[in-house]
Design a protein around this ligand. Structure first.
Ligand SMILES: [Fe+2]
Length: 297
């Protein structure tokens, strides 16, 4: 079992917070969360005060992928493991801890340049979750959802996340690279029964937003369908049509966010039982649907 239990939060700098406000609250259906930064947008999904945080910036770029450790001892073990791997670790300052709403945490750069934080002791918000459409998310102990990041050295990234951070392999999707190049594999990795909380995407492009997509899970197919109606009605770019993935069984669509990366909105994600699960290679990403349209990039 990994000392990391779930994807806790994702912080992203954003150039157009007004666009984000309309997208997040009116279209997707996040609840407004809370936090100490007056000019930030806090997107709430469960009893955490925010899961996605948009902060104003000159560029649209991932600022922190926050992984949750089980407790202070687990955090200390993660810190020792990352340092032993030769990666520089910084403790989060009291000011940053206050902003994140956690008791303690560390920061370091993961392969591919992903800014990673590991924390424990998230502060809860016990007020009712006031989503705009009465919709509910599958989060809590399964975490925010999943995040997909680009990596330029996929084997090194896979080794780091599995051997240093303790992520479990949850299979791969192979695709042919350029002529003469070896086959590349998107690798899926999990830290709890959610099929994957992380995927690492081989890519030579590590530039902003340095984030491929974030997935959030709704409780019901009807909530996904209604979100899709709002997305298409408001004219957002649909990066992928509705479909069902072969690995996590998620029925989902992908919409281009105002930040230039995609948000996957899904439901019916499968739960993995590690007692019987083996990492497998899928040969198609979907059973049906998921027609991709990359013109919105
Ligand atoms: Fe996904």
């Amino acid at each position: 079992m990994s000392d990391i239990r779930a994807l806790g939060y994702v912080r992203v700098s954003a150039t157009d917070l007004d666009a984000w406000r309309a997208f997040a609250f009116e279209t997707i259906g996040f609840a407004e969360g809370s936090g100490p930064e007056e000019d930030a947008l806090y997107l709430r999904m469960d009893e955490r005060r925010a899961r996605l945080v948009l902060v104003p910036g000159d560029v649209d770029r991932v600022e922190a992928v926050g992984w949750e450790a089980g407790d202070h001892l687990a955090l200390a073990r993660v810190e020792r493991a990352v340092e032993a791997a030769g990666v520089a670790v910084k403790p989060l300052t009291p000011e940053v801890l206050e902003v994140r709403g956690v008791e303690a945490g560390i920061a370091f750069e993961a392969p591919g340049g992903t800014p990673v934080e590991v924390f424990h002791g998230a502060r809860l918000d016990h007020s009712p979750l006031a989503t705009p459409y009465g919709n509910r998310f599958v989060a809590s102990e399964l975490g925010l959802g999943h995040v997909v990041v680009p990596v330029d050295e996929p084997d090194a990234a896979h080794t780091f996340y599995s051997e240093v951070l303790g992520f479990r392999s949850r299979g791969a999707f192979a695709f042919p690279g350029p002529p003469g190049a070896p086959i590349a594999r998107i690798r899926f990795m999990g830290v709890n029964p959610r099929h994957h909380s992380l995927a690492i995407m081989p890519s030579p492009d590590l530039h902003a937003p340095a984030l491929v997509h974030v997935m959030v899970e709704c409780e019901t197919l009807d909530e996904v369908g209604r979100a899709l109606d709002r997305v298409t009605g408001a004219g957002y770019h649909l990066s992928s049509t509705l479909g069902r993935h072969t690995n996590d069984k998620m029925v989902s669509f992908y919409v281009r966010t105002p930040g230039g990366w995609d948000l996957e909105v899904g439901c019916e994600g499968t739960l993995v039982d590690d007692a019987v699960y083996s990492a497998e290679e899928i040969t198609a990403d979907s059973y049906w649907g998921h027609q991709w349209d990359f013109t919105g990039r």
